[in-house]
Design a protein around this ligand. Structure first.
Ligand code: OFO
Length: 165
């Protein structure tokens, strides 16, 4: 059985994952109408799906442990970006916030002596490490590329394989 504190904290994370999914969906929609960003568009949509999966995993966990997962209302995400770099900066900022949320949850699980939840959360800890790394790699590459069109072309072409590294 989850403690009330644990339930509330997990529900907060459900909101954060849902908000991430929504934000990346908006990034995907923005990218889709920019010329030549097919790869990036796919990347954002796929990440939106992944965040939804992270949210669902939490929903099932809360419900299976005797809680009630709250499906939250979402804020309007940022819809337009001045550049691809700006979109990826936003993505990194978002991931860092999600990691903070996961770390807080781990702390609460330990404080509540909820070792099952602590164990469950380890998957998210690893996932966030990967997500942060990927977001940083993308930002570093875009920093190097600047306004160089051929660089952007290659970035768009290679982003799906970067995702699998
Ligand atoms: Fe759910 O990991 Fe990214 O945000």
């Amino acid at each position: 059985m989850l403690s009330q504190k644990m339930k509330d904290a997990l529900n907060k994370q459900i909101l954060m994952e849902a908000q991430s999914s929504q934000s990346y969906l908006a990034m995907g929609s923005w990218a889709e109408i920019q010329p030549g960003l097919k790869g990036v568009t796919k990347f954002f949509f796929r990440h939106s799906d992944e965040e939804r999966m992270h949210m669902l995993k939490l929903i099932h966990y809360v419900n299976e442990r005797g809680g009630f997962a709250v499906v939250p209302a979402l804020e309007q995400p940022v819809m337009t970006f001045v550049s691809l770099k700006a979109a990826f900066e936003q993505l990194l900022k978002h991931e860092l916030k999600v990691s903070e949320g996961i770390n807080d949850l781990v702390e609460i699980a330990l404080a509540e002596k909820d070792y099952a939840t602590h164990n469950f959360l380890q998957w998210y800890v690893m996932e966030q490490m990967e997500e942060e790394k990927l977001a940083r790699d993308c930002n570093d590459k875009l920093e190097l590329i600047g306004d160089d069109k051929s660089g952007l072309y290659l970035f768009d072409r290679d982003i799906m394989t970067m995702d699998q590294e």
